[in-house]
Design a protein around this ligand. Structure first.
Ligand SMILES: [Zn+2]
Length: 199
């Protein structure tokens, strides 16, 4: 799991416009292609690809055109449960479609104690901005496998709920480790990039 120091910088007028939407309605604005929503999403994606080095915040799979999984903007506290934080930059990180998807995270309630301010809430999940994942989760090489070990209750919760120790996640880490030094020919990379943008 990745540690992220700073959230995306959102232009002040864009954030002000989004914050003016009543809290309960914000989640319904997320799919809309208004200029403010598009600008917010673009800033989150660009920032995330840079600071996360094009890796999923949870399982560290490569995402985007250089990886085999597509990059999703993941609400750490799900927007369907916490509509107010749909456009809270510290509530967003990039993840792969597997971790963000229906099977794993979707509406998983990641908050233990809700507070009026996002950063004052207590989270069940290891929070990529507020926690140091190394204090909660460690990677251990076991023969040919790279497995995750939990070091704290938060680590246990995160690995178990996010299924970071599943056979597919473990196999994927082994594959990523084996593939990381192989560069694709430019024409193949361009084709994959095009295909990913269509998703
Ligand atoms: Zn992932």
């Amino acid at each position: 799991m990745l540690k992220i120091d700073e959230a995306a910088t959102i232009p002040a007028d864009v954030q002000a416009g989004l914050d003016a939407i009543p809290a309960a309605e914000r989640k319904d604005h997320w799919p809309r292609a208004t200029n403010a929503v598009k600008a917010f999403k673009r800033a989150v994606k660009q920032h995330g690809m840079a600071v996360q080095n094009a890796k999923c915040v949870w399982c560290e799979s490569k995402v985007g055109f250089s990886g085999r999984r597509s990059a999703h903007r993941d609400h750490i506290a799900p927007k369907d449960l916490y509509s107010a934080w749909t456009f809270e930059p510290y509530n967003l990180a990039l993840s792969c479609e597997y971790c963000n998807g229906f099977e794993v995270k979707k509406d998983l309630d990641t908050i233990a104690v809700l507070a009026p301010a996002y950063a004052d809430s207590q989270f069940h999940i290891v929070h990529p901005y507020f926690d140091n994942p190394e204090e909660h989760i460690s990677f251990v090489q076991e023969e040919a496998r790279i497995v995750m070990k939990s070091l704290s209750p938060k680590g246990i919760w995160t690995i178990s709920k996010m299924r970071l120790d599943s056979p597919s996640a473990t196999a994927n880490r082994a594959l990523e480790a084996a593939l990381k030094d192989i560069a694709l020919p430019a024409h193949l990379a361009a084709l994959i990039e095009q295909a990913m943008e269509g998703l």
